[in-house]
Design a protein around this ligand. Structure first.
Ligand SMILES: Nc1ncnc2c1ncn2[C@@H]1O[C@H](COP(=O)(O)OP(=O)(O)O)[C@@H](O)[C@H]1O
Ligand SMILES: [Mg+2]
Length: 447
């Protein structure tokens, strides 16, 4: 992780708005400067293209990274889902937001600690590492040893994050709309609301602590994964205290023997299907930094339950029926169930339905494949992207998915990327069939 010098998190509404405005100005300026360069070379200026240049994206990434909070989270989401609508250099430059953040200076850190733990907080620790282990979008993580000898990782939230969520989301939405960075078909108002709701949940570390504890129960029977223990006496709404976990970054699995890579891949894929069909609770942020790998035991450590969501039984039952139908190759059933989720609307014609069915079958390719699916060798994502672009943008046959599915899609894409990156071959079909047995079955009267 490239290091940036610490900088204070801007906390006032106006201060944050000004910086988002500054980012907008810089984008426009960067585009204008490029336009002039092209003019000087005797080419026609291409402002739309220039706006979306890699250097412009770098500027935007750096601003959002200083701001942190919801503004940065939105940049991360754009970098994951922007592929369909933005040039690759732009998305790539934004991707740095997923690994890098600026930490807060120690004065600001101590203020947060004093406010959360009360005066004299230092006395509760035998050791407190001032240098953070990691700085992420809404908080940074410090290692500390309590007076009674517990070795902890403390996730400490930047000040002002929680109360700036709504205005950050609104301001960034304006910025994205201004520069046409949003897909045309998206329901902006609903998405903005969903994002605010989600980020507010992520900013509540006590809620995250409760999710972490439910996960520990869920996966207690899985020897392949481990979840840190939560320490409530050091946890507040803005500080989450858990066991410090040993492990190497998950990316390192890519250097292991194929047997190890495949085993880790299976652990992650089984967990994904169990989350959806069995627990009906899902951690929807499958970012590399949210996992560690313990070489000695081959176990995967799960961190970061901020983006955990519950799915209602009806939603899960419908997804289970779609998945069953995909595995069986039943296109008609997939079409009917797709309408229940909202992938097609009741008044959509057969062309819309068949476009949705085609895309669903395409994205579920690993589930139709007999035996281990070779994730690293697969070009499925670019194929989905190309076909999705053709059907959605060029032919207008695909509806923007309902906001409730946004986080499930993020998880599915992210999980695919994880398996590809660690180089795993996994029998996804067998795993999904096994996990589907635990899905709620509520056959409804045919409508
Ligand atoms: N319990 C832990 N033990 C060791 N390192 C941790 C622990 N929790 C978090 N980290 C480190 O801090 C980083 C950020 O933590 P995470 O929970 O993902 O925060 P955020 O919600 O801000 O993304 C992780 O990528 C990991 O490197
Ligand atoms: Mg994280």
């Amino acid at each position: 992780m490239a290091k940036r010098p610490p900088s204070p998190v801007p906390q006032t509404r106006l201060g944050r708005l000004a910086r988002i405005g500054l980012a907008a100005g810089e984008l426009a300026f960067g585009a204008a400067a490029q336009g002039l360069t092209r003019l000087a070379k005797g080419q026609a200026p291409d402002f739309a293209g220039a706006m979306l240049s890699g250097s412009n994206a770098k500027r935007l990434a750096s601003r959002l990274s200083e701001l942190r909070g919801a503004a940065m989270k939105l940049g991360q989401i754009l970098s994951l889902h922007g592929e369909e609508m933005l040039p690759p250099e732009f998305v790539q430059a934004l991707a740095e937001l997923r690994s890098q953040a600026t930490s807060m200076p120690s004065q600001q850190l101590h203020r947060v600690l004093g406010r959360e733990y009360g005066k004299g907080w230092e006395k509760r620790f035998k050791r407190f590492d001032e240098e953070p282990i990691a700085a992420a979008s809404i908080g940074q993580v410090h290692r500390a040893v309590t007076r009674d000898g517990r070795d902890l990782a403390l996730k400490i939230q930047y000040p002002g994050v929680a109360r700036s969520i709504a205005s950050d989301v609104d301001n960034v939405a304006v910025l994205l709309r201004l520069f046409n960075l949003l897909p045309v078909s998206i329901d902006i108002a609903a998405t903005v609301e969903e994002a605010k709701r989600q980020f507010a949940q992520e900013a509540d570390y006590e809620a995250e602590g409760r999710f972490l504890e439910s996960y520990a129960t869920f996966v207690a029977d899985d020897p392949g994964v481990v979840v840190p223990h939560l320490h409530w006496d050091f946890t507040t709404p803005r500080i989450m205290a858990m066991d410090y976990m040993e492990g190497v970054p998950l990316e390192k699995v890519a250097h292991e023997l194929p047997r190890v890579r495949d085993a880790v891949g299976s652990v992650l894929e089984r967990l994904l299907f169990r989350e959806l069909f069995e627990f009906r609770v899902m951690q929807t942020d499958p970012n590399f930094a949210n996992y560690l790998f313990q070489r000695a035991t081959g176990r995967v450590v799960l961190l970061d339950f901020g983006a955990t969501r519950r799915f209602d039984d009806d939603f899960v039952a419908t997804f289970a029926r779609i998945t069953h139908a995909v595995v069986k190759g039943d296109r008609e059933l997939v079409g009917r169930e797709a309408a229940r989720i909202g992938y097609v609307r009741p008044d959509d014609g057969p062309e819309h339905v068949s476009a949705a069915v085609e895309l669903i079958f395409l994205v579920c390719e690993p589930l139709q494949h007999p035996g281990p699916y070779d994730f690293p060798a697969s070009d499925l994502l670019p194929r989905v992207r190309a076909r999705g672009y053709e059907l959605a943008v060029r032919r207008g046959l695909v509806r923007a998915p309902p906001p409730a599915t946004m986080f499930l899609h993020r998880k599915l894409i992210g999980s695919f990327l994880l398996l590809a990156r660690i180089g795993a071959r996994v029998d996804a079909r067998a795993l999904v069939l096994e996990c589907l047995k635990k899905a709620p079955r509520r056959p409804r009267p045919a409508s």
